[in-house]
Design a protein around this ligand. Structure first.
Ligand code: 2P0
Length: 381
């Protein structure tokens, strides 16, 4: 029998990168080869919800006060930590990323308990963690970012480490922990527009997320998630990106100047709410990322024919708007991650037009949230 001593719940949304992370220079610490920048989706749309509980299990023994006893107790508790993901219990490996995140947070709590005798002792208790996504895992949308962000925030709330729960760890400091769960997860700890600063330090101390602007800064910007295929992707990101690091010459230009220059331009586009500039940088980065995947040996294909049709549709829409003149600028932007699904960004006033075009060219589209572009042939013309 397990009795809950203390519990905390947190949710974190999915984030969609507009400047993509692809490649690690340290695979254990998850240190990226380039900076990246994303938009965190609004809460309630696509998010992970995680509860973490410190539990007393019946055979729990009294813990001693000495530092070594407390370390031994933490190690014993770690062996009893359990995780349920979407209702199914998952193994917490002794060397895995989940273990790293839990250990970092437990050690931080142990430190606080060691320094302040008045603090309730819970670091020695096993954790029971329950996490669910409010979107089907089969939807082909990255869930590791929201999953690890929600996990890190819920445990840090349970342990009262984050500033919201009275602790001393900033969100950026916690993003260093989430990063070691899954690189892109560090960006989901913040809302709005978020940069992951790759960092220079070998120990990863400066590889963290920073908020570029709050969501409120650019409320008018909307994301439309189009599920083109819900099949599991052929090449998982973690393996695919390292194959790119090992084989792609194109990645080197991405690292040395394409991304650094783009980070500056897109940051200033966001600060100025300049949709035309934001759209251009977003689409170019998506295309540069997929070109780099193609430059990998053997090549990695994430886009499919429907993805390419969406690209053409948006490009044509923007071209016709440019021809109409009067400085109208881009109507929408597309971006694709490590799969065929499209994410479109558009200012609110353009959303009806974008949706009506999608309806026209993909008459079988299922307008759920996120909606599916069923793999049917598009209409002509
Ligand atoms: C991104 N992606 O910036 C890019 C764009 C996919 C394409 O982050 O190995 O699941 O866990 O650090 O974070 C996917 O990679 O990889 C990703 P790990 P992750 O969003």
């Amino acid at each position: 029998m397990a009795r809950i001593k203390r519990i905390a719940t947190a949710s974190a949304p999915v984030n969609i990168a507009v400047v993509k992370y692809w490649g690690k220079k340290d695979t254990k610490l998850i240190l990226p080869t380039n900076d990246s920048l994303s938009v965190t989706l609004d809460q309630d749309h696509l998010r992970s919800l995680t509860s973490s509980a410190a539990v007393e299990v019946e055979e729990e023994e009294e813990q001693g006060e000495s530092a070594s006893a407390s370390a031994a107790a933490a190690a014993a508790a770690a062996s009893k930590d359990r995780l349920w993901l979407n209702g199914v219990e998952e193994e917490i490996g002794s060397e895995g990323r989940l273990r790293t995140c839990i250990d970092e947070l437990r050690n931080a709590r142990r430190k606080v308990e060691g320094e302040d005798g008045g603090v309730e002792k819970i670091a020695h208790l096993p954790l029971h963690i329950v996490s669910e996504n409010n979107f089907p895992t089969a939807a082909g949308l990255a869930s590791s970012a929201s999953g690890f962000a929600a996990l890190v925030w819920s445990i840090s709330s349970l342990y009262q480490l984050n500033s919201d729960s009275g602790g001393h760890l900033s969100t950026s400091a916690l993003s260093r922990v989430a990063r070691q769960g899954s690189g892109s997860a560090c960006r989901s700890l913040f809302g709005g527009f978020v940069a992951w600063q790759g960092g220079e330090a070998k120990d990863g101390s400066d590889s963290l997320a920073l908020q570029v602007a709050e969501r409120e800064h650019w409320k008018d910007l909307h994301a439309i998630i189009c599920v083109i295929s819900d099949a599991k992707k052929g090449t998982p990101s973690t393996a695919g990106m390292q194959r790119t690091v090992q084989t792609s010459a194109a990645l080197q230009s991405r690292i040395s100047h394409v991304v650094p220059e783009r980070m500056q331009r897109i940051t200033s586009a966001i600060k100025q709410r300049d949709f035309d500039a934001f759209a251009k940088e977003t689409m170019r980065d998506s295309n540069n990322f997929h070109a780099t995947c193609l430059d990998t040996s053997p090549p990695i294909f994430y886009l499919n024919d429907t993805s390419r049709l969406v690209i053409q549709l948006v490009e044509e829409l923007n071209r016709s708007s440019e021809q109409a003149g009067a400085g109208a600028g881009a109507i929408a932007a597309y971006t694709f991650d490590a799969g065929p699904n499209a994410v479109l960004y558009a200012p609110e006033k353009n959303v009806p037009l974008v949706l009506s075009l999608i309806r026209h060219y993909f008459p079988n589209a299922d307008f759920d949230d996120p909606f599916k572009l069923l793999p049917s042939l598009p209409r002509d013309g």
